[in-house]
Design a binder for this molecule. Sequence first.
Ligand SMILES: [Zn+2]
Length: 245
Amino acid sequence: MPGSLKTQAIVLRSIRYGEADRVLHLYTPERGRLSAIAKGVRRTKSRFGGRLEPFFRLDMVLYEPRPPRSDLLTVTSAATVAGHPRLREDARALDGAARACEAVARVFDDGDPHAGVFHLLANELALLDGDATKATRANALAFRLKLLLAAGFAPQLSACASCGEREHLVGFSGAAGGVVCSACEAGAFALSEAAHSFMVEALGRPLADAPEAEPRALAQAERAILETLEHHAHVRLRPVGSGAR
Ligand SMILES: [Zn+2]
């Protein structure tokens, strides 16, 4: 059908609009972030049921007028692929899911598709839904590192980001784009070996096997991630939080 877009999507945000409608912020594999309006969804007899809520993974049909008249597509149909009901029953899993969706929504603009980001977010939600004890600070940081990688902002970790030196990597510089050596550390902060290996391993392993590390190493890894996002994506994310285990 002309003007209709069939796609999987993950609901990042769902905002009340007018009397009975909702505006959804979605992330899709082929189109990236987009917004859609679901009409009449807040009426009791709505055919959409309760599935247009954050963290739902859906099979959707969206209507897009040609030529486009606004940035909003219209939801024609939505079927649940995964509703992730269990993660809503655990405060930490819920918080982890909310921060993951928020990070995806903030790091990417509309019309900037990265199929890897869709699959990363789908994996994270499935992981938190399957086992709420996975909602650790290490998991949240591993997710953000993989998000940086999928977005093309992965920090340089194997050699000094300024001069290429492979030894004496003692600091991290968001401006330089990764770890730096002792000769280049001006403007960098100290990065311990434990924080460095946490980042290397978190990037190299599946999300479900995210490495553990001491709180101090995690704090340094978190600072490295936040500075990378600020310098390269111009986004300032909330810290993953002391609420996370
Ligand atoms: Zn150097």
